[in-house]
Design a binder for this molecule. Structure first.
Ligand SMILES: [Zn+2]
Length: 267
């Protein structure tokens, strides 16, 4: 079981295809051309994802100067920006805020793509689709498409199935922490490991990893009225609700399950 803050954890499993039978230079050129009108037929690496966010920001600014922002909430261990795409910012208007993140497990590429797809639809359909308008006018959306950029880059360059972060572990030949096991809520109690070589290594202490801590700090330091936290994974086709560390149900379990049923029926 995945362990998380007292939050909804969502798992998505979809399929995208990648093309590898064309020369590298041509592929780079095609990728470059596709950022503006990216059709989600290919995955985007870290660099192209950052460019994708910028193009959607500029597109959003054509409609409204204030509605969208990109906020850098911290840096990964190797120094990559953790960029959150915000849509729904309306100065002076009190709104409830929704958090969506993806890619805490580096190899789960479809989760990153799902987050980008959500951004793409929200930006492109605002002003065209009354349902999207309502979602944006009612809520303030914060979407972090790459929680673990060092691990994600490593899956592109070295090991497609890399899962953890890339921070070395002193005294161990093994690198990285499962950032999804690094959150401080009931840290390292169930479903995680003390072994730095384990794929579910929880880290030396809660919030030891800059990627997890950046999310914590952003949520705690912001004055937003958070009402929902969704984390996208691709381990299985499941909607998962708290808790992961115990079989005991949270007080609002029935409400959570009803909400999930509603989401599944309407999706
Ligand atoms: Zn995962």
């Amino acid at each position: 079981m995945e362990r998380q803050l007292p939050l909804i954890v969502a798992f998505f499993s979809l399929l995208l295809t990648t093309c590898s039978a064309i020369p590298d230079e041509l592929e780079k050129w095609l990728d470059k051309q596709n950022i503006e009108d990216h059709d989600f037929s290919k995955y985007l690496n870290y660099r192209d994802t950052m460019e994708f966010l910028q193009t959607r920001l500029e597109r959003c600014h054509q409609v409204s100067e204030t509605l969208c922002r990109i906020q850098t909430i911290g840096k990964s261990y190797e120094g990559r920006d953790l960029k959150v795409f915000n849509i729904g910012n309306e100065p002076g208007k009190i709104k409830r805020s929704i958090w969506i993140d993806a890619g805490i497990h580096a190899r789960e590429w479809i989760s990153h793509a799902t987050a980008l797809f959500i951004i793409d639809r929200l930006v492109d359909e605002f002003g065209n689709d009354p349902e999207i308008d309502d979602m944006i006018r009612t809520y303030d959306w914060y979407i972090l498409p790459i929680v673990n950029p060092d691990g994600y880059e490593f899956t592109w360059t070295n090991d497609r199935l890399w899962r953890k972060t890339r921070k070395p572990n002193p005294g161990s030949p093994c690198v990285g922490v499962d950032a999804n096991r690094n959150f401080g809520f009931n840290w390292n109690s169930v479903g995680s490991s003390n072994d730095p070589c384990s794929p579910i290594y929880a880290g030396p202490s809660p919030w030891s990893e800059p990627e997890a801590k950046a999310i914590k700090d952003f949520m705690e330091q912001s004055t937003f009225n958070w009402i929902l936290f969704i984390t996208l994974h691709s381990k299985g086709q499941l909607w998962m609700a708290p808790w992961g560390y115990t079989t005991e149900r949270p007080d609002n379990y029935d409400k959570l399950v009803n909400k999930q049923r509603h989401l599944l029926i309407s999706s």
